[in-house]
Design a protein. Structure first.
Length: 467
């Protein structure tokens, strides 16, 4: 009598129909994983899962009433789900593919695009890729587990990174090659402006910054050869000697921005006998009057009152020392410019006369604490560190479109709020006497603003982007 034989058509992928088969018998009883039973000769199991893998046994009875048992091993493989990630836009000719991990093996392929693409690690979930032409590329993520396969695609758009270029000029023409350096900043909160790059100007006062990210920037041109330009001072675009007066430049992908920086020219004071001097040093981040490192390269301007027009300037040396000499009789104030640090306090009504000509120790401190970062005169009594730590504010959302909610996690009394644009102009002000206040940003133009929250013992300044 021929023996009973059991078989299946696998292996299978999850979701497929398992097809069992038995031969040689007139009646059959099947059993298997997950409580499976059947009396059919060739049973099927719909919507298979990996839990249905295992040994299936069939007991067959022949016409003479004799029984025999046969088995077959069924394999149901798990399907590796392919998730290629979300579509993305890169301001570069390079990007990152980021798929979700899965079982089995996997590989990236390029489906389409306007140019050629090179995938650095084709079998890695996260892989850098580069292209030779900007545009949208379609990538496919293929996963495989023992012949079970899944695919997914993702669209990656690559744009050329922005550039910014221009020239430095003044009333006598253009700044000569090598005579100045241009610095590129991203404005952040007080004391945290980011220096992105700097370049020495070339022929015709030209400069160029490439491979930048989408953001808001400002430019600062500093003379190297000061003696060749006696009445010109370091200048922020456009034509300001103060960083708070710098014009903000928004750079977008696929754009080349061209600007011309017209260097600020002072009307120098006539020669006199007065000297103004002092030092600029870093204030301990924990408060108090202890000083740290000297501040080298800070710009110091002597402004003539009442119009506050600069008539002389200098820079601090490696010891943080500055001196402006040979000032004539008049009334003056001092402006100190350090990118990202507001001048909260200064010396004014400096009255130069024929008998009062020496003004020494007009010292400044640069406070680097995040909540109070700024420039103060040396009689500034800093805020105790525990007061700073206890005043915690939250600003939501940022960037903002319509309303900004400010929440204080401690009591607020007699505080004030100012919204300041990048020219230093206060565009709105509010009293702040509760733990929460909502500011209306819908009436403001798009751009970057600073929100200054000030109480008797605290100053808090944060950058807010209005879109």
């Amino acid at each position: 009598i021929p023996p009973t034989v059991a078989s299946n058509t696998g292996p299978y992928c999850e979701g497929a129909t398992i097809m069992l088969s038995a031969v040689n018998g007139v009646s059959f009883v099947w059993s298997g994983p997950e409580g499976f039973t059947s009396t059919l000769m060739n049973p099927t199991i719909l919507s298979s899962t990996s839990l249905m893998s295992g040994t299936y046994a069939v007991t067959a009875t022949n016409p003479m009433g004799c029984t025999a048992v046969a088995t077959t091993n069924v394999v149901v493989n798990e399907i590796p789900i392919a998730e290629a990630g979300t579509d993305a836009i890169f301001c570069s000719l390079a990007g990152i593919l980021s798929a979700n991990p899965t079982i089995g093996s996997a590989a990236w392929t390029v489906i389409s695009g306007p140019g050629s693409a090179n995938i650095m690690s084709v079998n890695s979930y996260n892989s850098i890729f580069t292209v030779d032409v900007e545009g949208t590329y379609v990538f496919q993520w293929i996963t495989e587990n023992n012949s079970c396969r899944d695919t997914d695609i993702v669209n990656m758009t690559l744009l050329l990174p922005p550039t910014i270029s221009g020239t430095l000029s003044y009333s006598g023409g253009q700044i000569a090659s090598g005579d100045a350096k241009v610095f590129l900043y991203v404005p952040e909160a007080n004391g945290q402006h980011l220096l992105i790059d700097s370049v020495v100007v070339g022929a015709g006062g030209s400069f160029l910054f490439e491979n930048l990210s989408e953001d808001f920037y400002y430019l600062h041109a500093k003379l190297i050869n000061n003696s060749a330009y006696p009445n010109i001072t370091d200048t922020y675009y456009d034509s300001s000697y103060q960083w708070t007066g710098a014009s903000l430049i928004q750079l977008l992908c696929n754009t080349d921005t061209v600007v011309d920086i017209n260097m600020y020219e002072m009307t120098p004071a006539t020669t006199g006998n007065a000297n103004i001097s002092g030092t600029i040093t870093v204030l301990s981040a924990k408060g108090g009057k202890a000083t740290g490192e000297p501040v080298h390269g800070a710009e110091v301007f002597i402004e003539q009152e009442p119009n506050d027009q600069p008539v002389a300037n200098t820079q601090t040396d490696t010891d943080g020392y500055y001196i402006v000499e040979n000032l004539p009789d008049g009334v003056y104030s001092i402006y100190v410019d350090i990118p990202g640090f507001p001048l909260f306090e200064t010396y004014s009504n400096i009255n130069v006369t024929s008998t009062d000509t020496i003004f020494e120790n007009l010292n400044f401190f640069v406070d680097t604490a995040s909540a109070t970062a700024g420039i103060y005169i040396d009689d500034f009594v800093s805020i105790p560190s525990q007061n700073k730590e206890n005043w915690i504010l939250s600003f939501y959302p940022n960037p903002v479109n319509d309303v900004l909610k400010i929440t204080s996690y401690s009591e607020v009394n007699n505080a004030s709020i100012e919204i300041i644009d990048l020219t230093g102009k206060v565009v709105n002000s509010y009293p702040f006497n509760s733990k929460e206040i909502v500011l209306d940003f819908s009436i403001l133009n798009k751009g970057v603003y600073f929100v200054k929250v000030q109480s008797v013992n605290n100053v808090y300044l944060i950058k807010i982007v209005k879109y």
